[in-house]
Structure formats: structure tokens, C-alpha cells
Write a protein that binds this ligand. Sequence first.
Ligand code: OGA
Ligand code: ZN
Ligand code: ZN
Length: 374
Amino acid sequence: MDATARAHDDRVVLTWPDGRSDELPHVWLRDNCVCAECRDPDAWERRLDTVTLPEGLVPARVAVDDGLVVDWPDGHRTVLSASWLAAHAPGRTAPEPTEATGVPWDAAIAEQPPEIAHEELADDAHLLRWLRLIRDYGFALVRDVPTDAKAVVGLAERVAFVQETNFGHTFEVVSKPDPENLAYTAHRLYAHTDIPNRHSAVNLQLLHCLENSAEGGESILVDGFEAARRLEQQDPEAYELLRTVWVPWRFQDETTDIANRFPVIGTDDRGRLLEIRFNTAILAPLDLEPDLLVRYYDALRAFGRIVRDPDLEYRFRMAPGDCQVFDNQRVLHARGAFDPSSGHRHLQGCYVDKDDFRGRLRALERDGADFRTR
Ligand code: OGA
Ligand code: ZN
Ligand code: ZN
């Protein structure tokens, strides 16, 4: 390895031939030893006990050879390769799992919506292309899915596996007597995300059209991250309220009662958008202090105006065989009212956990390479 290393204070300073340097705290070097004793070579999980590493640990010797070689006072040796260090050195701006790589979109996406033909998905290279479309746009349509019952499960299982919920392993979106939620009526559904009341609202949603001969029932998708950015620009106070105030979501029926508080706009430790939860149909009675509550309604109204702005709406009509697949944490969906006496409308849906979707995407991106970087 071509670099120079010197121990200074509580860290090793590693200087590369191009003059850049990395500062590697001793405790971090010891914690990340990749020898078979410290990290299981097969499971590739840490065996070493991080929390009992001694305070003020200083190496006996630091050298550069075939990697960075650190000898510890107890005789243990840690060797870290140049490629491992390049991938993991602290402070480098490596992409993070939470990084939103999204491409913002609006109504103009109707000219060329992200889509793929069902038969292409037999091939892993196209599967990867599809999953990247969903990651980047928050949705991708699949065309010509066989209109067999449960074909949607086959599609979900091409990604990972179905995330079962209180609505079942799969669910039937049809207008029916005694519906357990508004989707199972012929009413209009305003732009919403599904199941914001669940702790793990995080999911990929699939809606596969089996029949659509009824009048009405047009579909709409909206980029919720773009809507949130517009709100932040137009009304920063409303944005902050929706981002910081945790509100109660609740779904109840005969057998369950699932209630959780979450904000409408979820962000990470750096204020970057993580998720949207927006479904006023299952917003529990707001229990905020009255002055805040009134301002909160103003914020909801401001966000509602943006998500229903035709400039953001991708409108389309589903044909039998179409499947909408969207990131329910980012993209809101809606449908127009339909007339059940004019024909049949039947969608079959299911969810896939977002971690399983993202996990499969990253694994496909490895393209067969070993994930164990030594
Ligand atoms: C749903 C839903 C949309 C539709 O089932 O969650 O929003 O087009 N359905 O019926
Ligand atoms: Zn070790
Ligand atoms: Zn829905």
C-alpha cells in the first residue's frame, strides 16, 4: 500500500500519495479489525466486543506494508487494506443508506412514465432496472402482468416477499358492502399514503388491475417529496409544523386497533426527507393544544393544496394487466369515484417492506461481488 502512517495523540494519520489524509482514531482501528478472531469470516459480523474496548488504547507500532498494519500492546495485530480504508475511513462522504437519491417529478411525467414490461422482469438485469426506477422516481408501472388472481404476489416475490398487514397477505380493492376502509367503496380517494398509523408504514405498495370497466376510477400519483419541498419554499412555518409535530394516526375495526403518533413529514438527522405520512381518513381526532391545533389545520390545508395541485398530479387510467408499484413513503396515490353499476373495477394489492426492497436492490447492484471487504 502506498501511503505513510504516523500515530499522533489518539489517532493514526494516514497520508496518501495525492496528499489527502485520513484520521483514524485508535479505538476505531481496533474496533474494525477484520481478523477471523474479531470478525466472523462467514457471517461477517463483529465478534469483538465494542463496548469493552479499553479507554486510551494506543498501538505499540504502526506501519504501512500490504495495508495498514497496527500492532497492539497485547500482541494482537490488525491489518486493514487500502480498499477497505478507502471505503470506510471516517469523515468521507460515502453515500448513506438514508440518502434520498430521488429524481423530482410533476404532471409532465405523464409523457414518459417510468415503466417496464412484466416479461422483462424474468431477467435480473431488468429487475435491477425496475428497482432503480422505483428508487429514483418513487414508482414504476409494470405492464402486461397476467390478470390471474394473485399474480401480484409473484411480482412482489420477484423483489423480496409480501409484508402482511391487518388487511391481509393481499387485499382486494373492490366496492363492497360493509367495507372495512374507504378504499373498498366506490368513493373518491384523495391523495394519501397507506397505513400511516402503522409503525412500519415503510413499504412498497403494489396495486394490480384485474378489471376496470366501470366509469370513473381514474388513478393519480403525486411525488410527495416534491410536494414537501414546495411547501417548504411557499410556507416554511407550515413545513416545520408538519415536520416537527407528532400527530395521532389510528385504524380500528372489530379485530384490531393500531395507533401511533408520527409527523406528516419525516426527516433524518440532517433534515433530509425520509417519508411522508398523509391520510386524513385515519388521522385520529387531533389532540394538540388549541392554538397549535388551529395552526396545524392551516398547515394541513397548505400541504393539501399542493398535493392536489394538477401541476403535480400524474393522472392515468389503469388497464387490466397494469400494476402500479410505488414507494408509499414518498409517493401519494389517489383515485376518482367510480360508478359500480356501469361495470367492474377490481385491483389486487399487497405490500413489500422497504428494507427488503432496498436490500434486494443493493444486493443486485453488487453484481456477484463479495460484500466482505477486507
Ligand atoms: C388503496 C387505494 C386506489 C384505487 O387500496 O389503498 O388507495 O385506485 N386504492 O382504488
Ligand atoms: Zn483482530
Ligand atoms: Zn390507498
